[in-house]
Design a protein around this ligand. Structure first.
Ligand code: GTP
Ligand code: MG
Length: 210
């Protein structure tokens, strides 16, 4: 994908605030610190469009990016961040749950899992929600630069099995640090980005209404 324009639209926490769903949308989900914001920057070839941090819990809101006036890329807040209160965790669940079920323009939700680790219970639950809504065609194994090739392959197989991914779903390794693995990700994302089409009702036969 050639990125002609990538702009930050805003950070939101409520359905009413989200942009009008007039373009296809793809969201990135995953535990805190897994590398969602870094992946967004790498995909868009921008250094600091999405804010990243080595301290988990950087992204706490739902952040929208407008890409080429063609689609929205959405950075979801990470889960599994130990220091949040029960109340905050519940509000996170409500925000994500509502987001996932009330965006008619949502075309795919990509789950990111750190390639070094087996999926957590939270990852499995999240992927369950994603699958329930008919998404989950792609999972990304992040920080691929941290493992040897053979260990990476072995670990991707484990992640695939433990998440219960369907046969037709793919798991792709990416290193945001080394900017590796980006093209196959774009290929899958682009397959979900056909423009929103409005079907015109058939015109009445001439003279029918007169
Ligand atoms: P939250 O906003 O807290 O949900 O986290 P996030 O998923 O957006 O993670 P973020 O992109 O902020 O990255 C977290 C840390 O992981 C940062 O220190 C990044 O530099 C590091 N990181 C991200 N991607 C990679 C990668 O591909 N390789 C390596 N080695 N480090 C990475
Ligand atoms: Mg983030």
């Amino acid at each position: 994908m050639i990125i002609k324009e990538a702009t930050f639209v805003g950070s939101f926490v409520k359905l009413e605030q989200y942009p009008v769903p007039d373009m296809p949308e793809i969201a990135m989900a995953g535990r805190s610190n897994v590398g969602k914001s870094s992946l967004i920057n790498t995909l868009l070839n921008r250094k600091k469009l999405a804010k990243t941090s080595s301290t988990p819990g950087k992204t706490r809101t739902i952040n929208f990016y407008n890409i080429n006036h063609h689609f929205y890329l959405v950075d979801l807040p990470g889960y599994g961040y130990a220091k949040v209160s029960k109340k905050e965790r519940e509000s996170w669940g409500g925000m994500i749950g509502k987001y996932l079920s009330h965006r008619p323009s949502l075309r795919e939700v990509v789950l990111l899992v750190d390639c070094r680790h087996d999926p957590s219970e939270d990852d499995k639950e999240m992927y369950g929600w994603i699958q329930q809504r008919g998404f989950g065609s792609v999972v990304i194994a992040t920080k691929a630069d941290k493992l040897s090739r053979s260990k990476l392959m072995q670990q991707m197989k484990r992640i695939r099995n433990q998440l219960g991914m369907k046969k037709e779903a793919v798991i792709l390794p990416v290193s945001a640090l080394k900017k590796e693995g980006v093209d196959p990700v774009w290929e899958v994302l682009e397959s979900h980005l056909a423009p929103i089409s409005f079907e015109m009702p058939p015109l009445p036969e001439q003279g029918e209404d007169e």
